[in-house]
Design a protein around this ligand. Structure first.
Ligand code: F6R
Length: 252
């Protein structure tokens, strides 16, 4: 696949509107797949940005009977060196913020392991790719964007054709995580992330960005020549991608 200079379609909206829109799309996908007797395969992020979407999906289950029985999820990433119960592990975040609230079957939720033995990491990453393929590929990838332009933990320098792998975390990523970990020295230096090509393989991609912290990196994502220096630029040219961002992040 070639790198595209196509613009990234933008929907300017408030965080609450974005959460409702994305949750509505996910719910429609789940129902359409159920009618066809198939699973809906979601790619999900952690962080602050998707919390409104998770809350809205929980509400739709409660108020509208949205049923998650035919949903499989693959998370984007996980810190290496953290056991699943660590307060900052993404496994724990997902369980507390989303999975346990909707009663999602643990067998349907995939997250890279944070405590896989070093000698097993490469095999674990290859297995993650295989599980995604065996699930029929990602139907819908929901993404946030890091202040350094990362998607998942595809840090600056990540290749367009990268796959699930071990990465060294960028200084900005670690600095942004420092408060949650109670100090930079406690932030892991390495992680496992789904690759750029894995993400771009999703049939639909939605990116959320809110607030002044994201303004400069959004400008670069929208305007820079696509390349590994800002991995989010690789999203341009995907056949079904949309950025949902508020006016502050868009600098409007
Ligand atoms: C998290 C992830 C990251 C975040 C990004 C934005 O699983 O993949 O790429 O989406 O760092 O984080 P927030 O939403 O906290 O600004």
């Amino acid at each position: 696949m070639t790198t595209s200079t196509a613009p990234l379609p933008i929907q300017a909206c408030s965080p609450a509107e974005a959460a409702r829109e994305v949750a509505r799309e996910i719910a429609a996908l789940i129902r359409e797949r159920r009618a066809a007797g198939r699973m809906a395969v979601l790619c999900l992020p952690t962080g602050r940005t998707p919390l409104g979407v998770y809350d809205e999906l929980v509400r739709m289950q409660r108020d509208e009977g949205l049923d998650f029985a035919n949903v499989t999820t693959f998370n984007l990433d996980e810190f290496l060196g953290l056991p699943p119960e660590h307060p900052q592990s993404f496994r724990r975040y997902m369980r507390e913020r989303f999975f346990s609230r909707i009663g999602l079957e643990p067998a349907h939720t995939w997250i890279p392991s944070g405590d896989v033995a070093p000698a097993q990491i490469a095999a674990h990453c290859a297995e993650y790719e295989r599980e995604i393929a065996d699930a029929g590929g990602l139907d819908y990838a929901l993404l946030g964007i890091g202040r350094n332009g990362h998607i998942g933990f595809n840090e600056p320098g990540s290749a367009r054709d990268s796959r699930t792998r071990e990465v060294r975390l960028h200084d900005v990523t670690r600095a942004d995580a420092a408060r949650a970990f109670g100090g930079l020295e406690f932030v892991p230096e390495r992680a496992i992330t789904m690759g750029v090509a894995t993400i771009l393989g999703a049939r639909r991609v939605r990116v959320l960005a809110f607030g002044a912290d994201k303004r400069e990196i959004l400008r670069r994502t929208l305007e820079d020549a696509p390349g590994p220096q800002v991995p989010a630029t690789f999203l341009r040219g995907h056949s079904d991608v949309r950025l949902l961002a508020d006016g502050v992040a868009l600098g409007r």
